[in-house]
Design a protein. Structure first.
Length: 267
């Protein structure tokens, strides 16, 4: 019996990286999956964008575990499309127990190079997109009698990492949003928590520009250093934390900021 057997998980940003890893890890432990991803370009992103083929690969890996999956192309900024994706998945799979609000972007720029477009897109996807996801999915968890909502924040949601102004602002905002949802949804037996990774080996984690900026600002480089002797974690490391928060092992854990950061934020 898997740790989330018989449950259904909604995962945004599921085409690759952490999102795909979460889908596969939860499927390994018995969950069926609703996988949502924009699968298209976003302006100013310096790393390759997710594609329909990426989402198809997530489907292939989940189905190889003999689990059901409903995959939908949808933008978390588009409430109508996102609601349809969630409702369609729940109708097909029968219920919703777990929400992993994972979709996000990261654009590395110095403070004076951040444009209004970069600010708007980052806040709209990383913060408003999570609000959309939780608000639209929560009624299904209430109908199921409870559940777990896991929000992907970042080490930059707990400390002001330089050259990430819109990203850090959005990820800090998620902590406040999580705490409000955790208290308001507690009466429905719904737990809400954030996960805070340090760098993760994903396409987003390989976005360019930081090395050059740190070379010009060497005093700030130490802020990105992990206490444990690693440069970055693997997606599976974060997925294990997501699995814990999704499972009954964490049944009394809510309104919590769970760091998987190799000590980066602990000082």
């Amino acid at each position: 019996m898997g740790r989330v057997a018989g449950k259904v998980a909604l995962i945004t940003g599921a085409a690759r990286g952490q999102g795909r890893s979460h889908a596969v890890r939860l499927a390994q432990e018995g969950a069926d999956v609703i996988a949502v991803d924009i699968c298209g370009p976003i302006p100013n992103i310096t790393y390759p964008h997710a594609t329909p083929d990426d989402l198809a690969e997530t489907v292939k890996q989940v189905e190889a575990l003999d689990r059901r999956i409903v995959a939908v192309h949808a933008d978390v900024r588009d409430r109508d499309a996102l609601k349809q994706a969630i409702d369609t998945g729940v109708a097909e799979l029968g219920r919703l127990d777990i929400v992993v609000a994972n979709a996000g972007i990261c654009i590395i720029k110095s403070w004076d190079e951040v444009t209004p477009e970069i600010w708007r897109d980052t806040i709209d996807i990383n913060l408003t997109g999570v609000w959309n996801t939780v608000q639209l999915a929560a009624p299904h968890l209430i109908a199921a009698g409870g559940g777990s909502i896991i929000i992907t924040s970042s080490a930059a949601g707990l400390k002001g990492l330089p050259f990430l102004a819109p990203y850090a602002a959005s990820k800090h905002g998620l902590v406040g949003l999580m705490r409000v949802f955790a208290h308001e949804l507690a009466q429905h037996n719904i737990r809400v928590n954030t996960v805070h990774p340090t760098g993760v080996r994903t396409p987003m984690g390989e976005g360019g520009g930081l090395t050059e900026l740190l070379a010009k600002n060497p005093r700030l480089g130490g802020m990105f250093t992990n206490s444990l002797p690693i440069e970055a974690t693997e997606p599976e490391d974060i997925s294990n934390a997501v699995l814990f928060l999704a499972s009954d092992e964490s049944r009394y854990v809510t309104a919590h900021t769970l760091t998987v950061d190799a000590g980066n934020t602990q000082y």
